[in-house]
Design a protein around this ligand. Structure first.
Ligand SMILES: [Zn+2]
Length: 254
């Protein structure tokens, strides 16, 4: 995994480890960097990278669950084995799509999204095939609609989260939204121009179809998902165009 949490619940990318911890214990111990897994809150160690006691062939850093108890950091073997970030059980990650809702919204998730909103918007746009961060650096209003819809559908009312999956969760939990005025990525544009129903709908670099066309992301299999499918549909749910399939699983997991 590439994100870790502190005991306070704050979650950040491992590249920010030193800045966030000031290398204080219990996070920095005898030259090793430790923190908590964002999902199961059991201890993790940061592996690889320069200036790190862990001997690794790769300079690329990642965080892995510790096999044993680490001083002063929570170690929960049972939670670890059930964790979506734990690779020991092949199907753990699929639970991310079937996790049951809680009464309360997850404040740590809210804070994480708010602190990383532009990167998350960009990633959701990549999944849906359209630019949600414009060349001017501004965020598309369509992303805000997608995010509002994710919230309305209970997306924040989850007991756990892991940052790598947030863009996929937002794309999956959102209702279809109108793609009018969006700027397609190159691959999406190619599909639009190949489509008999949509090839006339481009105006400059924006899609402006005469009929309402919505973009939607769905799972290929609700219980054992392998792919997220992005497609365009008409208001009455008639399919217009399949845009892309992306893996339901985030790679680079330990
Ligand atoms: Zn974990």
């Amino acid at each position: 995994m590439e994100y870790v949490s502190l005991i306070s619940g704050e979650t950040f990318h491992i590249n920010e480890f030193e800045k966030k911890t000031n290398k204080q214990p219990p996070y920095y111990q005898t030259g090793g960097k430790y923190a908590l897994c964002p999902w199961c809150k059991s201890s993790v160690q940061i592996i690889g990278g320069l200036n790190n006691s862990t001997h690794s062939r790769t300079r690329k850093m990642y965080a892995a669950h510790t096999p044993n108890e680490t001083t002063k950091l929570n170690f929960d073997n049972e939670a670890k084995f059930e964790c979506v970030n734990y690779k020991g059980n092949d199907n753990n990650w699929q639970k991310i799509y079937t996790i049951s809702k809680t009464e309360q919204k997850n404040q740590e998730l809210v804070d994480f999204i708010e602190n990383n909103i532009d990167q998350i918007a960009k990633d959701v746009g990549n999944i849906l095939g359209f630019k949600f961060i414009l060349d001017s650096g501004k965020r598309s209003k369509v992303f805000d609609k997608v995010y509002e819809s994710f919230k309305k559908n209970g997306g924040l009312r989850v007991p756990n989260f892991t940052p790598e999956y947030i863009p996929r969760m937002i794309a999956i939990k959102a209702d279809p939204v109108s793609c009018w005025g969006l700027i397609p990525y190159e691959k999406t544009l190619k599909r639009i121009l190949e489509s008999s129903k949509l090839k006339e709908s481009m105006e400059g670099n924006q899609i402006k179809p005469t009929d309402t066309v919505k973009v939607i992301c769905v799972l290929d299999d609700d219980e054992h998902p392998k792919h997220l499918k992005t497609r365009l549909i008409f208001e009455d749910n008639t399919p217009v165009l399949d845009i892309q399939n992306i893996s339901a699983k985030v790679s680079q997991y330990d």
